[in-house]
Design a binder for this molecule. Structure first.
Ligand code: GDP
Ligand code: FE
Ligand code: FE
Ligand code: FE
Length: 187
């Protein structure tokens, strides 16, 4: 699928600000894919569709998680986590993208997972550092992303977990599992 076609499809699903974010993720993912030797076209498509399900209702997302037998523990955690796996499903069924690597990058862009592929890491980090993001610590991860992808991933997870803990938010086990996986590998 061509970039313009993909962007037109996703634009209808998103509010303007989220669409601008998506274009930022796309540009950043392409840059990182070139830098680290990943498939640039897959990075582009995964980034364009990563937040496809962001504005679906909680009811619809919940129904899909149950009906499609996704990990049911998702339902015990923040609905913020749901658009990632539900997005992978809808991008496959509504848009018709069948490439499993792209779908996995969408599926794991919020929590991450142990043993992430290069493409999954690129989308996860591009989502975190795209130019429209501004929060404490983002510039450090931007710099790390151009030097060492796993260091950037580790810092982003560290920041996210710390941020959630400061808000007394429950943390989804996969988020911790991803953190632990990278922490062990960086030892
Ligand atoms: P976005 O869709 O571009 O805004 O970014 P993400 O998909 O990466 O994250 C969506 C939201 O999920 C963010 O507000 C994160 O802080 C939140 N989030 C990520 N991991 C967890 C988690 O383990 N638990 C909870 N409660 N929220 C999380
Ligand atoms: Fe997201
Ligand atoms: Fe993210
Ligand atoms: Fe996003």
């Amino acid at each position: 699928m061509k970039r313009e076609e993909a962007l037109a499809i996703v634009r209808k699903q998103l509010k303007e600000q989220r669409y601008v974010h998506t274009v930022g993720v796309m540009e950043t993912a392409i840059e990182l894919a070139k830098l680290y030797g990943a498939d640039v076209q897959k990075a582009e498509l995964a980034a364009i569709f990563h937040d496809y399900a962001k504005f679906r209702t909680k009811e619809e997302m919940k129904r899909i998680i149950v009906e499609q037998q996704m990990p049911q523990d998702l339902l015990a955690y923040s609905p913020e986590l749901w658009h990632a796996p539900v997005g992978a499903y809808l991008v496959q069924t509504e848009v018709g993208i069948q490439d499993e690597e792209i779908l996995q990058a969408i599926r794991y862009h919020t929590s991450g997972r142990p043993n992430m592929t290069l493409l999954e890491k690129i989308v996860y980090i591009a989502d975190y550092i795209e130019p429209n993001r501004s929060f404490p610590g983002v510039d450090e991860v931007r710099a790390l992303a151009r030097e060492h992808l796993d260091h950037a991933l580790f810092r982003a997870l560290q920041n996210t977990i710390q941020f959630l803990m400061d808000k007394r938010e429950p943390i989804y086990p996969d988020t911790f599992h991803t953190y632990n996986d990278i922490a062990k590998k960086l030892k």
